[in-house]
Design a protein around this ligand. Structure first.
Ligand SMILES: Cc1cc2nc3c(=O)[nH]c(=O)nc-3n(C[C@H](O)[C@H](O)[C@H](O)COP(=O)(O)OP(=O)(O)OC[C@H]3O[C@@H](n4cnc5c(N)ncnc54)[C@H](O)[C@@H]3O)c2cc1C
Length: 388
């Protein structure tokens, strides 16, 4: 029997994992990625949490193999700008830190190994649905037809726009993003235990850093900014200088880490998506950031993409009518991801406190953490979730 074809727009995290999940569920997936091979946005690094890793296991993928280029990240220490330790928080089992480019590459290798085609330079610009199928048009004028369309095309999803032209757009959260990697250890970094994540409420901006097993320091910064950044607002040199100036005078290694970094990445805006009311039609569905971008401070965007993709495969396995499978997918995913979007927003808002807010936060933070953790890990509902 011929397998039904699933067209997947986007070959990022959600798209490649959806391809693997649908392949396992008896579909014939085809992935269409807008960018050319090797042209992925470099991004910096991200953490994949225990719940995301467990979703991969459902596909028979060994997370240790997929994330071989990363390293384990057992805990997070929070500081204030004066260098005072505010709290040490467990991150839950096997949380792994990995460069974004390495994660994309590993997932695509896994897909290609299963014989799944990934076609590059194919940006979806439109689609039409008929009772028996869906036809997609790409920016280069070519088309593809199948029985299902999966919109895994990220935060600015074109699939989402076509599905619901009146739907919401991403909203800017008042924070910019920067990141980078040093070539080796940095003298100012005292705790070089590989994988220990440190985060600090600097006086003017938020900073996070960890040492990789090779001694290099991986870091990110979140400078507050009322306005989103536009192309051309900074040069590479002025961005680096701006970041250094924000951390000068803090009792943190931030300024020295930035000085020791060859290429400072960013700036990117921090956005999330308000509730997206329409996730699906009869033959089209949104997954990953296209459906529900969570703020980076939740540390859950990639893991949500894994969970979505694997759940979609489970719901479409043996479904006679794709529409029923898509309804089951939404029913299993919507409540959970919307709770996590709310957590990400709350975490991010603490990064932009003014001087008075910062003093209150520094005084209250250890107490609040002790209160929250008094009965165990308050994030357990996120980290211990199993999709199957
Ligand atoms: C600065 C920053 C830090 C982050 N840190 C973390 C973290 O620590 N932990 C974490 O879990 N998450 C983190 N995230 C979030 C995480 O990166 C995303 O949630 C995750 O990448 C979502 O995966 P996705 O596949 O839905 O989207 P993406 O990974 O963005 O992939 C979408 C893909 O679709 C392609 N595409 C776009 N438009 C089209 C089109 N029209 N047609 C075809 N293809 C298209 C894109 O080129 C891309 O390859 C961070 C995000 C940012 C911005």
């Amino acid at each position: 029997m011929t397998k039904p074809i699933a067209l997947i727009a986007g070959g990022g995290i959600a798209g490649t994992v959806a391809a693997l999940a649908l392949d396992r569920a008896g579909w014939s997936p085809r992935v269409f990625e807008a960018r050319l091979p090797g042209a992925d946005e470099q991004g910096a690094w991200l953490t994949v949490a225990a719940n995301g890793l467990n979703a991969l296991r459902v596909l028979g993928l060994d997370p240790a193999f997929v994330l071989a280029a990363g390293f384990e990240t057992p805990s997070l220490t929070m500081f204030n700008g004066g260098g005072r330790r505010l709290a040490v928080l467990p991150l839950g089992g096997t949380t792994t830190t990995i460069k974004r480019a390495d994660l994309y590459a590993a997932l695509r290798r896994a897909a290609v190994k299963r014989g799944i085609a990934i076609e590059y330079g194919k940006g979806l610009c439109d689609f039409t649905e008929a009772p028996g199928g869906v036809t997609v048009t790409f920016a280069d004028g070519s088309t593809a037809a199948g029985e299902l369309l999966v919109g895994a095309d990220g935060l600015r999803s074109r699939t989402r726009e076509v599905l619901d032209p009146g739907g919401p757009a991403p909203s800017y959260l008042g924070l910019l993003n920067a990141g980078g990697f040093t070539d080796g250890p940095v003298d100012a970094v005292e705790d070089r235990t590989p994988g220990m994540v440190h985060m600090a409420f600097g006086k003017r901006a938020f900073f996070g850093w960890t040492s990789a097993p090779d001694g290099s320091v991986w870091w990110f910064a979140n400078p507050p900014s009322r306005q989103p950044v536009r192309p051309g607002d900074f040069t590479a040199a002025s961005w680096r200088e701006h970041l250094i100036s924000l951390f000068e005078g803090d009792a943190l290694p931030a300024a020295e880490i930035i000085r020791a970094t060859g290429e400072v990445l960013g700036p990117w805006n921090t956005d999330d998506l308000p509730r997206v009311p329409v996730w699906r039609s009869r033959r089209t569905v949104l997954i990953g950031d296209a459906a529900h971008a969570v703020a980076p401070s939740s540390g859950q965007g990639a893991s949500m993409a894994f969970e979505d993709a694997v759940t979609l495969g489970l719901c479409l396995d043996g479904a006679d009518d794709p529409a029923q499978g898509l309804a089951a997918y939404e029913q299993r995913r919507r409540g959970r991801v919307e709770r996590i979007v709310a957590v990400g927003r709350r975490n991010g808002s603490g990064k932009t406190a003014g001087p008075v807010g910062a003093a209150v936060r520094d005084a209250m933070f250890p107490l609040v953490m002790r209160f929250l953790y008094r009965k165990g890990d308050p994030q357990a509902w996120i980290l211990e979730h199993r999709v199957a």
